[in-house]
Write a protein that binds this ligand. Sequence first.
Ligand code: IFM
Length: 453
Amino acid sequence: MPDTDALPKPMPKRADFGADFLWGCATSSYQIEGAVHEDGRGESIWDRFCATPGHIRDGSSGAVACDHYHRWPQDLDLARSLGVNAYRFSVAWPRIQASGRGKPNAKGLDFYSRLVDGLLERGIQPWATLYHWDLPQALQDAGGWAQRDTVEAFVEYSDLVTRHLGDRVKHWITHNEPWCTAFLGHFEGHHAPGIKSWKTAIQVVHHLLLSHGQAIPVVRRNSAGAQVGITLSLHPIVPASGSAADAAAALRHDGSRNRWFLDPLHGRGYPADVLALLGTNPPTVVPGDLDTIATATDFLGVNYYFPEVVADAPGAGDIATRVVERPGVERTAFGWEVSPQGLVTLLQRIHRDYAPPRLYITENGSTFDDVVQPDGSIRDLQRCSYLARHIEACREAVASGVPLKGYFAWSLLDNFEWAEGYLRRFGITHVDYATQQRTLKASGQWYAQFLHG
Ligand code: IFM
């Protein structure tokens, strides 16, 4: 058991939250499943991206990952032992349609069907994300998310998945973190498909949001009574100094990081101040698109990791901002600032400015350099503390009136952390990748203790 003396006081208690508050863990297909050549799965953009030397820091890929494709019963048992009542996973599009279009692959659908049944048998509510970054490579070859045709392909895929699972899955997330898909994948080029074009990234956001809006009625038609939403990666934005220039920079940065997604999803179109900065790079928007994007949802999923401190940076691209490091603050091994108070601020701001009907923390977690002790245990007290303090932040947000209804820890398992490969561990369960042995870390034990009250 973790040394609870090292944890902040007062500790949050499950009873501080309503009985219907959801407590879960989150994962995603490419990060845990492995089995990339099995049962008719097609190639994804991440398979292709990982194959190029230099893209992934340790030269690895998700080809085996946590071998969850074969070990899912054991992983669901683990989730049950924690005491979670919800589990968030994603469906790998290339398992359902190897080339991204056409007839569904029965074996792919069956895998998720068994997973969903396994969750329900264990009393765990399934939360399915339709897109967590593993686009079929064939669609990328035809232009990927930069092409409007991919919107139609996504809706067709969403139809297939929700027809098959919609009788049992009643919580659907269309996209995970469209900012990352667009900007890490198409501007910074650190993620698949590795494109470096600001103009493309801006167009990709539009197609992602449009595909979200078009998929909603399809999901609702196939999954009676389901709740549908989208998950955004959101950040409180803090000016680097008290100067007017940094305050203006923070506003611009908030515009591209947060409002660029929140505004159109809530019926306000793309923010005028950011559009004005885009010059020759505004997205191509067809009449009617913005209404589709603003289709009402049942909840907003928030992935929260860190605040961003922003300085004015004339000449640095269209937005002219630079993210700086606040000196002397606590950080994770990734260098991300640890700020539970930032979560309170963020949730209160979303509630005040956009008022989505319900909010869920669909991811929150941390990576630290875990050390396996001679007895095999992992005493990740920093992650325990991170978890406890962020849950306490959720309590504070709820107490202030935010309609926050659930929390999903990222992640159930250590897994493939994209461009970082296996160098970053976010799990509350340690995975020995050589043996595939799972060991609950102190943070996992803490979460179980919290959940069991
Ligand atoms: O691992 C990722 C996940 O896929 C998306 N959200 C952030 C996590 C940590 O970087």
